[in-house]
Design a protein around this ligand. Structure first.
Ligand SMILES: Nc1nc2c(c(=O)[nH]1)N[C@H]1C(S)=C(S)[C@@H](COP(=O)(O)O)O[C@H]1N2
Ligand SMILES: [Mo]
Length: 251
């Protein structure tokens, strides 16, 4: 248990029964499965109070990298526009960035590489109860944010994806600007030193290392800066959130 987590846990221990049970199970679980349920708000407020907003997720060594990084959820977007991009090796891919920004733009993967690059070896925890350690390389989202210059009203970044979970229901996710500017938050284009495989989200996917698997949007086609995500799809900030999962998925 890390110092921070021990401190958090001891603080929660002082607060009362339901929370203790949940926190204990999370601390002891390697899967990162969330069991807190309605205690989410308490957890989020505690994490905000006791962890610096820029605290780093644990990073691992080369020897820890999983032999196979298990793909999950969509593994091949079944849409014409995605298939066309895939056929041309994503040469015509452009990440569209718009919404509450002073400088909307469209960036190729080469443009993104020029903005800056970071590599990190981290553990991915899926709510379904599995984990994998992978080495991600990508552009820090903070570098993109600096370029597009969000307006003062912008509070969240929404990640719109190519894959449809049901007809006309594309996968999407969102994070707040603090999480977006975190140094380990990447728009990743490589896994374990190779171009991102299609199954893991080619050509571009999010890594937001202090949160669970479903926040790690794959097949990103557009970043939209908003002051609220209430008007998008089901209004809860993500495909799985619209289906009952929590928006803040801290590990
Ligand atoms: N676009 C998109 N992103 C997604 C998903 C998806 O189905 N579509 N699944 C999510 C879930 S639940 C997990 S655990 C991770 C899986 O990432 P991986 O395929 O690289 O293991 O992607 C997340 N991002
Ligand atoms: Mo997941």
């Amino acid at each position: 248990m890390t110092e921070r987590r021990r401190f958090l846990r001891n603080t929660l221990l002082a607060l009362g029964g339901a929370v203790i049970a949940g926190c204990d199970r999370i601390s002891n679980s390697d899967t990162g499965a969330r069991v807190l349920g309605t205690a989410e708000d308490v957890t989020r407020r505690m994490q905000k109070l006791f962890s610096p907003s820029q605290a780093l997720a644990k990073e691992y060594g080369e020897a820890d990298i999983s032999a196979v990084f298990r793909p999950n959820g969509s593994t091949m977007p079944d849409t014409d526009d995605y298939r066309a991009l895939l056929e041309s090796g994503f040469r015509d891919y452009r990440l569209q960035i718009d919404g509450l920004v002073a400088q909307p733009m469209q960036l190729s993967i080469a443009d993104l590489r020029e903005l800056g690059t970071r590599t990190q070896i981290t553990r991915h925890d899926c709510v379904e109860g599995w984990s994998a350690i992978g080495k991600w390389t990508g552009t820090p989202l903070s570098a993109v944010i600096d370029r597009v210059a969000p307006t003062p009203a912008a509070r969240y970044v929404v990640f719109h994806c190519f894959d449809e979970m049901e007809e006309d229901t594309p996968y999407y996710e969102s994070i707040d600007l603090t999480e977006a500017r975190h140094p380990q938050t990447l728009l990743a284009y490589a896994l374990n030193g190779k171009d991102l495989p299609v199954a893991n989200g080619a050509p571009l996917r999010l890594r937001v290392e202090r949160q669970l698997g479903y926040k790690q949007a794959k097949y990103i086609r557009r970043l939209e800066f908003v002051d609220s995500f209430g008007g998008i799809a089901g209004g809860k900030g993500g495909y799985w959130e619209d289906n009952g999962y929590e928006w803040y998925a801290g590990i």
